[in-house]
Ligand binder design. Sequence first.
Ligand code: GAP
Length: 439
Amino acid sequence: MDNLMDKIISLAKRRGFIFPSSEIYGGLSGVWDYGPLGVELKNNIKREYWKEMISKNENVFGIDAAIFMNPKVWEASGHLKSFTDPLIECKTCHSRLRADHKDLILEHENYHKKRNEKVSWTEPKKFNLLVEAYLGVVEGEKSKVFLRGEITQGVHVNFLNFLYTMSPKLPFGVIQIGKAFRNEITPSNFTFRSREFEQMELQFYVEPDKKKSLEWLEYFKKQRLNWYINLGIKKENLRFRKHKKNELAHYALEAWDIEYNSPFGGWKEMEGIHHRGNWDLSEHSKYSGKELSYFDTKNNKRFIPYVIETSGGLDRAFLFLLIDSYFEDKNRTVLKLHPKLSPYKAAIFPLLANKKQLVSLALRVYKKLKPYFMVAWDDRGNIGKRYYSQDEIGTPYCLTIDFDSLKNKDVTVRDRNTMRQIRIKIDKLIEYLDKKINK
Ligand code: GAP
């Protein structure tokens, strides 16, 4: 299975999905750049997330909070004290690993055993994951800030602004997509555990009623799981896992993970669904001196709402979509991505690059489609090679302009998954593709 990861990493690099960050300088551990095709796929995932969470829920709106915040935010949220991982150090080579990453520890011990070296570890120490930065222009007077360790707090500190500007009635929710930063001890498995990554989150404010809030938790568990399934991830590769009491984050009353059955050590977390109780709003009330509460006019009651959170890793969704859609047989490699997610929706080929009439009609088709869809142009090599190249990046339709096209004003449309070909009139192409892609 490691072999599969090697293939995915190689394809991602070769075809412009993901590059190691600042590679010409040797890269930076746990940091990645999304290339021309990667950014298209990533934006498509974000668009689908935004559409799903806004259109399928009542009373949900968005925000884009800043990455820098007043450092008191992190004191109040508990991250300064409790956002830690257990770190151990190998006494032989001083490598540092997370004490709960048993697979990496075993791999490390085997490495030393093979060299007939003894391995022992220091006792676990708490290691804070927040990344520090310094703002200001005068050396010595710069103030320490933190790059946000989760995007969540930018929502909760704006709670009063939501009430003033949107006058929402409970329950209501706020979604956000953005970067988060963690000083991970062992970044690993390609982009799975990175130091800079993106999250897509919903913070849903509900009445502080245990039964009702647990019903909302169930509702969002289902919605989030179905979202991944509807984007094409195979059902059998997804499952829920409930956190044990000793695993719960400092803010969580109950937590579930949506896990993906990965090729690197099996089930791995893709998204967390958390019951955060009234932790965030009550802590920020305490630390800021502002009362972050809600007045229920119907029942004449003031209270601090509970929060149900769905927190997905965009980079993990991206990686698992690549893995799940990867298919190969002896003739071709295919990313069977949902057409909504594919970087290019169609590729346009003139059958022969040296026949002016074919190229000119193919260019007309390309220009006609370009305002509506992301389309690729390819006139290199033979048609077989062009199909191979588009399959590998998940382009769902390849359109070939041949000699019959000149007479009949139509093109051959070849379907990526079935490899079947049909002819479609040029003036029906936009409608045809739109139906196929957005179904
Ligand atoms: N606001 C809650 C929160 O941040 P989390 O479980 O720590 O909860 C949520 O993170 C999601 O963010 C995870 O399910 C995962 O998909 C993603 N994530 C967390 N750490 C990550 C990392 N180092 N690299 C990539 N994605 C990460």
